[in-house]
Design a protein around this ligand. Structure first.
Ligand code: FE2
Length: 221
C-alpha cells in the first residue's frame, strides 16, 4: 500500500489526524476538513526559478516580512520584488508570479482575508527538533534547497513532544520530507481552542554541517 493510500485509509477509519498528498493544487480545500492537519501539493521544480534563486542566495538577501491583505497584496509584492533586486540581478517575473498566486489563494482561506508573508534565505539549522507550532494555518514552501520534514501520525509519540527526536519519532523510516517547490499547508495548535485537531509534527532539515542553503516562503493566517 502506498503512503498516500495508507494515510487516506487511516483517515477514513479514525478521526486521528491525517495528511493528504496531492498532485493538484485544487485539492487544497481538504485542509478545511477537521481531521486533516497537512496538505502537500507535489509539483515539479522550475529550473528557471531555481537558477534565479541560486543567484539571489549569493547576494545574501535581507529577509522579507510583511502583513498584507488581498487588496494590498500586489503592491506589497511589488515592494518585496524591489528588495530582492540588484543592479546585476533583475527580478524574475515567473518567480514573483508564482509566489503571488500561492499567497492570494492561501490568504483567501483566512476569515479576514489577510496574512503575514515571510520570504527568506536560511543558512542554519532552524528548528531541527520535531514540534508543532501555534498558528491556525501556515503555507510553507522551500523554493530552493532541502524541504521540511514531517511525521505521519503512526510515527509520532506525541507524549514525547518537547523532549528529544529519538523519543518523539517512533519509526525513523516513516519520516517524510517535502521536496523543493512542494507546497505544504500545515495546521498548528492554538491553546484553548475546543475540538481542535492536533497540529502536524514537523521540523527543519539539517543543513548547517553540509553548508547547504535554502530559500523559504512562509505565510501565516
Ligand atoms: Fe515549525
Amino acid at each position: 500500500m502506498s503512503l498516500l493510500s495508507e494515510l487516506q485509509f487511516l483517515g477514513v477509519k479514525s478521526k486521528k489526524p491525517r495528511q493528504m498528498i496531492s498532485y493538484s493544487w485544487t485539492d487544497r480545500n481538504v485542509v478545511n476538513e477537521l481531521d486533516v492537519n497537512l496538505f502537500c501539493w507535489k509539483r515539479d521544480v522550475n529550473l528557471e526559478i531555481s537558477d534565479f534563486l541560486e543567484k539571489v542566495l549569493n547576494k545574501e538577501p535581507d529577509p522579507i516580512q510583511f502583513h498584507t491583505s488581498l487588496d494590498e497584496l500586489d503592491d506589497h509584492i511589488g515592494m518585496a520584488k524591489h528588495t530582492w533586486t540588484w543592479s546585476d540581478l533583475r527580478p524574475l517575473d515567473l518567480f514573483w508570479r508564482d509566489l503571488t498566486i500561492l499567497a492570494r489563494d492561501f490568504i483567501s482561506f483566512s476569515e479576514n482575508k489577510s496574512g503575514t508573508i515571510h520570504l527568506r534565505a536560511i543558512t542554519n539549522d532552524a528548528c531541527t527538533k520535531f514540534h508543532t507550532d501555534g498558528y491556525t494555518l501556515r503555507l510553507f514552501t522551500t523554493y530552493y534547497g532541502k524541504g521540511t520534514e514531517w511525521l505521519p501520525e503512526k510515527a509520532v509519540n506525541r507524549l514525547a513532544l518537547g523532549t528529544t527526536n529519538d523519543k518523539i519519532v517512533k519509526d525513523l523510516s516513516r519520516i517524510q520530507q517535502m521536496e523543493a517547490f512542494e507546497v505544504g499547508i500545515l495546521k498548528g495548535e492554538l491553546p484553548n481552542r475546543p475540538n481542535r485537531i492536533k497540529g502536524i509534527v514537523h521540523r527543519s532539515p539539517e543543513i548547517k554541517q553540509s553548508g547547504e542553503k535554502r530559500i523559504i516562503l512562509r505565510i501565516d493566517i
